[in-house]
Structure formats: structure tokens, C-alpha cells
Design a protein around this ligand. Structure first.
Ligand code: AMP
Length: 301
């Protein structure tokens, strides 16, 4: 069965202290599915765009063997748009606008065959839509969920319902603090575990990631990067690499989840090297493996 990915597909305006782009391809599903496509197939997406979504983006996704049967294109409607600006400290980003557009009336319909998917990623999208997706799944075994401050602040009740039904939550440190109102990440992790997810991953931007679960904690190193050009999508690339790797080998032991966290970090590191999705478009499996071993080297003592 395919790895099913549901989330946003959008066009982003991104500004960093060094450069900016407008109308660049973005969206959680886009980054997740590209990152996962290097590990496993088929990766099937469910999402929606307007008729302003360019064909070249569709072709690029198809070239990565991403199955677009679940992509709805709504005539006369506009694609989701997001704008953000990064500070000198690239871990800090201000969202400038979020235009839900075509998402306002989106009803995610999972194609009949894909309802049986056991590995599912609920990318960043409204928790109400994430619930609609969960309701259609007939055999969910490993559901990975991402969210962001926009939904923690604006749709917390629905988000708490989602968390009761997922296996892994992936969020960043500031979102974990916002969700729990607890500044200490270890205490925040305990509170989130009680909300439902069996495993929790807290990403700490350029400082690595923490995996919690099975009464254990794993601390993944950060890759020392000199050229970070655009952090957008790093979290989604992480989720795609993490879940894509697990979907490939179906080993859900804690030791393998640790390896998956490193593959997630590898994909996030490639993602931030270039603007928009460019860092994920032309990779080879060899490059991915080499960086995985660099991560290993970095943390062995
Ligand atoms: P990340 O940097 O991993 O948080 O992901 C950024 C991507 O998420 C961007 O490409 C945006 O298009 C998308 N995004 C931003 N805000 C939202 C939102 N409220 N709902 C869904 N997707 C969003």
C-alpha cells in the first residue's frame, strides 16, 4: 500500500535577511511527499489547488513518482498562499499572511483504494480536515501528524481530538511550549504524551531533534550547516524522510525510529540549502546515504 500524505499544497512568499522569492512552490504535502519519494513508492497525496497552480509543478511532482490521483484542481479558485519573513536568527519566523483560499471549502476525499493505507502522514492543515481524513481510513497502523502555531492557537479543541488518534506528533520546540504552556521541553513532552501520541518528536531548528517514546529519549544531532538559505519546509521534509524510511522497511522498533529521525534530519538539511522545494528536487540516494553517515560520525564518541 502507498504512503498516504494529506496536507497543504501552496504558493509561498518567503523573505530571509539574504534573499526573497514570491509565488514559490510550497505547502506541507509538497515538501513531505518530495522528501518521502527518495525512500519509498508509491507516495500518494490528497490535496487541493486552484486553477492558478502551474502545470510545471504538477510535472515535477509526477517526475518524482508521486501519485496525484487524490489532487483536486478547482476551476475558478485560488491556491493556498502563505507569506513569511525570517529574522537574522533563522529559527525565528513571522508569518505575514495565510490565505486559505481553496482550502476554505476543501473536502478531502481519499480515493477508495487508498483508504486502506496503513502509513499516513497528516501534514500541516486544519485539524478539522485532519479529522475528516482519519474518519475515512480503514486500516491506520502508523499515523504521523504535524501541526503549527496557527492551528494550536486557532483550533486547539479539534487538534486535541486529532492527537488522541495519532501515533507520532512532530512539532518544533516553540509549538510544544505553546501547546502545553510549559517552557521546559521534557515536561512539555510528558504533557503531550498524555494527550495521545505514542511517540513525540520535537524539532529544535538548527539544534537537532528529540524523540520521546517507549520510556526513552533519543537526542539527534544537528547537521552543522554553513549555508542555510530558506528554512521553510524543513519540518515537512523531516516528516517525509522520517516516515518514508519507516514505510520502506516497516520496522517500528525504537532503534529504527532513531534511524528514521536521522533520515528526517538529513532531508531537512537538504531542504534548507535552497529556496522553496529546490533543495529536494534533484537528490540522489547516494548523497542521502553519505549525509546519513556524516550524521552518524558527528554523534559517535
Ligand atoms: P514548515 O516550514 O515546515 O512549517 O512548512 C512550511 C509550509 O507550510 C509552507 O510551504 C506553507 O505553504 C505551509 N503552511 C504555512 N502555514 C500553513 C497553514 N496554516 N496550514 C497549512 N499549511 C501551511
Amino acid at each position: 500500500m502507498s504512503l498516504l500524505v494529506v496536507g497543504s499544497i501552496g504558493l509561498d512568499d518567503i523573505e530571509t535577511p539574504f534573499d526573497s522569492v514570491k509565488n514559490a512552490l510550497g505547502g506541507s504535502t509538497t515538501y513531505i511527499s518530495l522528501a518521502a519519494s527518495y525512500f519509498t513508492a508509491p507516495v500518494s497525496i490528497v490535496g487541493v489547488v486552484g486553477d492558478d497552480f502551474e502545470q510545471r509543478h504538477v510535472r515535477m511532482l509526477e517526475n518524482h513518482n508521486i501519485d496525484l490521483e487524490g489532487l483536486q484542481i478547482v476551476e475558478g479558485a485560488k491556491t493556498f498562499r502563505y507569506g513569511c519573513k525570517y529574522h537574522y536568527d533563522l529559527n525565528v519566523r513571522d508569518s505575514l499572511f495565510t490565505h486559505l483560499n481553496v482550502f476554505e471549502h476543501f473536502n478531502p476525499v481519499i480515493p477508495e483504494q487508498k483508504r486502506k493505507s496503513s502509513f499516513v502522514i497528516l501534514g500541516n492543515i486544519s485539524p478539522a480536515l485532519q479529522l475528516k481524513v482519519l474518519d475515512q481510513l480503514t486500516n491506520p497502523k502508523f499515523v504521523v501528524c504535524d501541526t503549527m502555531n496557527f492551528w494550536i492557537e486557532g483550533a486547539k479543541d479539534d487538534l486535541l481530538k486529532v492527537l488522541k488518534r495519532v501515533d507520532v506528533l512532530i512539532i518544533n520546540d516553540s509549538e510544544a511550549r505553546l501547546l502545553t504552556q510549559q517552557p521546559n521541553l521534557i515536561k512539555a513532552a510528558k504533557i503531550i504524551s498524555e494527550m495521545g501520541p505514542k511517540y513525540l518528536i520535537i524539532k529544535k531548528g538548527e539544534h537537532g531533534a528529540l524523540l520521546f517514546g517507549d520510556d526513552s529519549i533519543f537526542s539527534a544531532p544537528a547537521y552543522p550547516m554553513e549555508d542555510i538559505n530558506d528554512p521553510t519546509g524543513a519540518g515537512d521534509a523531516f516528516a517525509g524522510g522520517f516516515t518514508g524510511y519507516l514505510h520502506k522497511n516497516r520496522d517500528l522498533s525504537f532503534d529504527n525510529l532513531k534511524r528514521a529521525v536521522i533520515y528526517g534530519s538529513v532531508m531537512a538539511s537538504f531542504c534548507v540549502e535552497k529556496f522553496s522545494t529546490k533543495g529536494l528536487e534533484d537528490l540522489s540516494y547516494l548523497e542521502i546515504q553519505n549525509r546519513f553517515f556524516e550524521f552518524k560520525e558527528l554523534s559517535s564518541f
